[in-house]
Ligand binder design. Structure first.
Ligand SMILES: *[C@@H]1O[C@H](CO)[C@@H](O)[C@H](O)[C@H]1NC(C)=O
Ligand SMILES: *[C@@H]1O[C@H](CO)[C@@H](O)[C@H](O)[C@H]1NC(C)=O
Ligand SMILES: *[C@@H]1O[C@H](CO)[C@@H](O)[C@H](O)[C@H]1NC(C)=O
Ligand SMILES: *[C@@H]1O[C@H](CO)[C@@H](O)[C@H](O)[C@H]1NC(C)=O
Ligand SMILES: *[C@@H]1O[C@H](CO)[C@@H](O)[C@H](O)[C@H]1NC(C)=O
Ligand SMILES: *[C@@H]1O[C@H](CO)[C@@H](O)[C@H](O)[C@H]1NC(C)=O
Ligand SMILES: *[C@@H]1O[C@H](CO)[C@@H](O)[C@H](O)[C@H]1NC(C)=O
Ligand SMILES: *[C@@H]1O[C@H](CO)[C@@H](O)[C@H](O)[C@H]1NC(C)=O
Ligand SMILES: *[C@@H]1O[C@H](CO)[C@@H](O)[C@H](O)[C@H]1NC(C)=O
Length: 459
């Protein structure tokens, strides 16, 4: 599996940049800052984006409490910019960004190398942005090892009232050797696309409405282009019929068209489909609520009417939607993107838990759906800040070494590449049949457990 995994974040990063580009095309960000921490001169990354050196930058009140250093080593999966330099902090350090009011994506870039002779394992630190705790006792080395990533990008969405956004890095106080570092900071204005103050957002398995407003910060933990390139191709991946025009989502910055032009469905056999659930499993931190945004677009040219493909959506085994009908949601059109938001509470217990997303054909005899099938084009999962403004979870635990497993079965996913406590696992979606589905489902789950606990065989 080796090289395959560390490359993942890059792929995911690409997906994120696609989304960013989609945003950029239709929305003019008022703020766009790319800060290459530890760099002494401005540089351009492989996407042609210009990163500003943070040496002597106006965003640093002073360089007291910090030093700059290059990475001692470069993993082949790690891009030069912004990862090959870092700013290292032995005590609390604040960057101050003057910003216009509104929501911002804040992305923090980390590569666990040795900087200035320090041991990467000793980097343990907290990060706060305005009044939010983004990371606490965070170990880049442990997190990337557990997820088998070469580097990590954490993505947040934070509302700024205007004026200054302070981002503070503080080494953990419980270890004398602890230090903090960061390779890059990106801040981009974004439209308020995840907010809901109108009471329409519901907690799954509960009738209470849920509000996401200016005081809510979000962390993107998964971003999955279902059926698209970051998932292993399979017979169940449907592409839009060549003659079908996929309309732009409204508003267009909701997601790039690519997300909607590929989908995953259950397979051609109704008999098989009614006997299994098309299932995705995401490992998430306990003790938080999650916003699950599902993207749909009917890509089959022969499904044009209500009641042709009706299915149920389960989140953590609770019914989120009993009669999902994408064509009905899209005002009786195929090729029209729609998205639906759900909130799932993942209460305490073990530090990390699995969040289950499952789709099953609706076989209601009164409803009489024409096809027993289900479809999904994309998934985004966001951790919602707790009432005290916290988004930090524990470091994932690397697993003991295990035998090599087929990487095509396990795909760490998403969070715009970044983030991740994770590996999203695609179980199900097996054209073959129940047994195959079960077998693969089990493998995938088993694989995910091993994978969660560690990086195997990558080097
Ligand atoms: C340096 O660290 C000290 C102690 O953590 C903190 O009080 C001070 O504000 C820091 N200075 C800067 C410029 O960040
Ligand atoms: C949310 O914040 C934005 C930017 O600061 C502001 O324009 C908007 O009015 C705020 N919305 C509410 C409901 O307070
Ligand atoms: C870094 O620290 C870890 C854990 O304390 C230790 O296992 C490792 O050998 C150290 N690496 C180096 C290069 O000293
Ligand atoms: C901080 O993280 C390290 C590495 O995961 C762990 O060993 C330590 O127990 C944690 N400390 C606290 C106070 O959570
Ligand atoms: C941001 O940090 C600077 C320097 O530490 C401080 O002077 C300023 O008051 C802070 N601003 C806010 C809004 O917290
Ligand atoms: C697409 O349209 C062309 C021209 O109208 C037609 O010849 C072709 O059969 C269509 N393909 C499909 C898959 O419907
Ligand atoms: C709908 O189209 C798909 C592929 O184009 C085909 O496999 C399926 O049999 C069609 N269904 C019906 C009912 O025509
Ligand atoms: C959902 O059901 C599956 C299989 O029945 C079970 O393994 C899993 O723990 C359940 N998840 C939750 C959150 O209840
Ligand atoms: C699909 O998932 C739901 C919710 O967890 C469960 O009630 C149902 O039994 C599952 N169906 C199959 C065929 O696994």
């Amino acid at each position: 599996m080796g090289r395959c995994f560390p490359a993942f974040p890059l792929l995911l990063l690409c997906l994120a940049s696609v989304i960013l580009v989609a945003i950029a095309q239709n929305y003019l960000p008022t703020d766009k800052i790319l800060l290459d921490c530890g760099a002494t001169s401005d540089v351009t990354d492989t996407d042609g984006q210009k990163w500003t050196a943070d040496k002597g930058s106006k965003f640093l009140a002073s360089s007291v409490n910090s030093s700059i250093a290059p990475a001692a080593t470069q993993d082949p999966a790690v891009p030069q910019v912004p990862f090959m330099t870092a700013r290292v902090f032995r005590s609390s350090f604040t960057y101050s960004f003057p910003l216009a009011a509104g929501r911002k994506f804040v992305r923090l870039y980390f590569y666990p190398a040795s900087y200035g002779g320090l041991n990467a394992s000793d980097a343990l630190f907290s990060v706060t942005a305005a009044s939010y705790t983004l990371l606490k006792n965070f170990s880049v080395a442990q997190t990337t090892e557990a997820l088998n990533y070469a580097f990590i990008v954490k993505e947040y969405s934070i509302n700024v009232d205007g004026g200054t956004l302070n981002i503070t890095f503080s080494p953990s106080s419980n270890s004398l050797k602890a230090y903090a570092f960061v390779n890059g900071i990106e801040i981009v204005s974004m439209p308020d696309i995840y907010g809901s103050t109108d009471g329409t957002l519901m907690i799954v398995g509960n009738t209470s409405p849920f509000t996401i407003d200016n005081s809510t910060a979000l962390e993107n933990v998964y971003r999955l282009n279902v059926g698209g390139n970051d998932i292993s191709p399979s017979g169940d991946t449907e592409s839009a019929d060549p003659n079908m025009t996929i309309e732009s989502p409204v508003p267009p910055y909701i997601a790039p068209l690519d997300v909607y032009s590929t989908a995953r469905s259950m397979g051609p056999s109704a008999k098989i489909n009614v006997n299994y659930n098309l299932t995705w499993i995401f490992s998430v931190d306990s003790g938080f609520s999650y916003l699950v945004r599902l993207h749909f677009c009917e890509v089959a040219s022969n499904i044009t009417k209500i009641n042709q493909r009706v299915f149920s959506i389960f989140l953590n085994n609770q019914t989120a939607e009993d009669q999902a009908d994408v064509v009905a949601w899209a005002n009786q059109h195929n090729g029209v993107p729609v998205h639906k938001d759900y909130v799932v509470l993942v209460s305490g217990g073990s530090p990390q838990q699995d969040l289950w997303l499952a789709l099953h054909p609706n076989t209601d005899s009164v409803l009489k759906s024409m096809f027993y099938d289900a479809i999904l084009n994309g998934v985004e999962i966001f951790k919602i800040s707790s009432p005290d403004g916290n988004l930090a979870g524990p470091n994932p635990i690397p697993a003991p070494k295990q035998e090599v497993i087929d990487p095509s079965l396990v795909r760490p996913s998403s969070g715009s590449g970044h983030s991740k406590n994770q590996k999203a696992i695609i179980a199900g979606g097996v054209g073959g049949g129940v047994i195959l589905a079960l077998v693969i489902g089990c493998c995938v789950i088993a694989a995910s457990r091993r994978h969660r606990q560690g990086k195997e065989a990558s080097k």
